[in-house]
Ligand binder design. Structure first.
Ligand SMILES: Cc1cc2nc3c(=O)[nH]c(=O)nc-3n(C[C@H](O)[C@H](O)[C@H](O)COP(=O)(O)OP(=O)(O)OC[C@H]3O[C@@H](n4cnc5c(N)ncnc54)[C@H](O)[C@@H]3O)c2cc1C
Length: 458
């Protein structure tokens, strides 16, 4: 019997959960196509950026996860276009056909159309981004240390983080601990008390997705660590040296980290009527993209408006995992001609950490629970260790945290930059257009165009 071909685009929390649940199941074959060759644990990216963890500790090679699979093919590449009429995909490797397509492509940073921000501010959405932030921070410190007393480099003393959600709060807390405890030892010639960390939030308070108590508590923690928290203030521009705020004040800075907006990653070819303003795909309760029979979307890139969550679900790991998991069950049921179940989200709470013994937890273990301080910090660490993929990674992260707890120090302050030529060409739009033409020719029956990459039988 011909096996159904399920193509999953993106090996984040949603796509990877789905692929693992479909692994070695009869009657289907799965292609998991991901632009990196690893899964990344985004909640701990901030620790890579602040030199607290090694990038390898929070990444997991996809091929290792599926070493024993007899129905899953891993493909490192990027989906650039969908041709829904002919069930074909244009990828950075060639053309791929599918019976069922699942978009689990997550989100990327939204600079809201500001080219200066795109050019000069640093995003925090991937392991590459986190290493980029760490490099820039350390390079700025090296420049300051080489040029002590050079006033023209004073802007390098100021670090600005835009966005007071969990990423901004966790990052600014980690930078403050680095500045307070580690940098004075690394750079004895530098006056580290001159290093300022600014956290800017456009809304009235920090952690808008958590309770008011948590927002206020996290601000108190950050202030006690010496972070300048400025709410009700947004960033409008940055030229690499000056951050301009929406109240017309300016902060001289050589490092702006942008954690203030995200936008869904949707390949070309999807009907714009299925896409909302934040570039997310409208899906029904079964994760099916509205108007399509065989295209689904799960995780951050999707927006599912249900009775309990009329504005969609929060963009967090648990929603992505649960949606991936349920979709796997529903797809397997549909193979047997059975009807699946609609999604229902069970919220197990939210948490954020600011630093050593400083964290906030809401909604766990029951809806109105709230914890702060040491106990919340322990809960945060326990939960993240439990969720991290791979026993080796769990042990390494635990050892790192224990070492840091007792010594306040790690040996991860490395400036590591790959040569440009080492970075895979993932955003080659010209070649994507060429491949789209090849796909059109293929679907219209003309086979005269040579095809590169993977071409699977329809
Ligand atoms: C810095 C940071 C901290 C966070 N902290 C927390 C936290 O503490 N707790 C929490 O619950 N949530 C947190 N989140 C949110 C959480 O990480 C997301 O909700 C979750 O990752 C969503 O999972 P996903 O599978 O939908 O997308 P992702 O995990 O983003 O995965 C999408 C995958 O698709 C790949 N991809 C994208 N486009 C393409 C393409 N065209 N072709 C092929 N592959 C593609 C990407 O490389 C990526 O691997 C955080 C997010 C960030 C950025």
């Amino acid at each position: 019997m011909r096996k159904q071909h399920i193509v999953i685009s993106g090996a984040g929390f949603a796509g990877l959960t789905l692929a693992r649940k479909l692994n070695n199941r009869p009657g289907i074959r799965v292609t998991l196509i991901e632009q990196y060759n690893f899964h990344q644990f985004q909640p701990l990216l901030y620790q890579v950026a602040s030199a607290g963890l090694d990038a390898g500790n929070i990444s997991f090679p996809l091929r290792k996860i599926f070493q024993r699979s007899n129905n899953t093919t891993i493909e490192m590449g990027k989906i650039t276009r969908v041709l829904p009429g002919s069930n074909l995909l244009v990828t950075s490797n060639g053309i791929l056909s599918y019976d069922i397509l699942v978009l689990a492509t997550g989100c990327s940073t939204n600079f809201f159309g500001n080219d200066n921000l795109r050019r000069y501010a640093l995003p925090m959405k991937s392991t590459y981004n986190a290493i980029g932030v760490r490099n820039k921070l350390l390079q700025n410190l090296e420049a300051l240390s080489r040029n002590a007393g050079n006033r023209s480099l004073d802007h390098l003393y100021n670090i600005v983080i835009a966005g007071g959600g969990p990423t901004g709060v966790e990052l600014s807390g980690a930078f403050a601990e680095l500045r307070n405890k580690v940098l004075p030892k690394d750079y004895p010639g530098l006056d580290c008390s001159r290093i300022n960390i600014y956290l800017l939030e456009k809304g009235k308070r920090l952690l808008p997705s958590m309770s008011e108590k948590s927002g206020i508590q996290s601000e108190q923690y950050l202030t006690s660590l010496g972070v300048h928290v400025i709410c009700d203030t947004g960033v409008t521009d940055f030229n690499g040296k000056t951050v301009i705020l929406d109240n017309d004040t300016k902060i001289q800075s050589g490092l702006l980290i942008w954690a203030a907006g995200i936008s869904g990653n949707i390949p070309d070819g999807i009907d714009p009527a299925c896409i909302n303003q934040q570039n997310r795909l409208y899906v029904d309760g079964y994760s099916r993209v509205k108007t399509y029979e065989n295209i689904y979307a799960v995780g951050d890139v999707s927006i599912m408006s249900l009775h309990h969550h009329p504005d969609g679900h929060p963009q967090v790991c648990k929603v992505a995992n649960d949606q991936g998991s349920l979709l796997a069950k529903n797809l397997l049921h549909s193979l047997k001609g059975k009807k699946g179940k609609p999604f229902r989200y069970k919220d197990l709470g939210t948490m954020a950490t600011v630093g050593r013994n400083k964290a906030v937890v809401d909604g766990f273990p029951f809806a109105h629970a709230h914890f702060k301080g040491w106990i919340a910090w322990m809960m945060w660490m326990g939960f993240h260790l439990y969720k991290l993929l791979g026993v080796k990674n769990k042990i390494q992260v635990f050892v790192n945290w224990a070492y840091k707890y007792f010594t306040y120090d790690q040996n991860l302050r490395l400036i590591i930059r790959p040569d440009d030529k080492d970075i895979p060409e993932l955003y080659d739009h010209n070649s994507s257009d060429m491949k789209a033409k090849q796909a059109d020719d293929f679907s219209s029956g003309s086979h005269s165009v040579p095809m590169s990459g993977v071409l699977t039988e329809k």
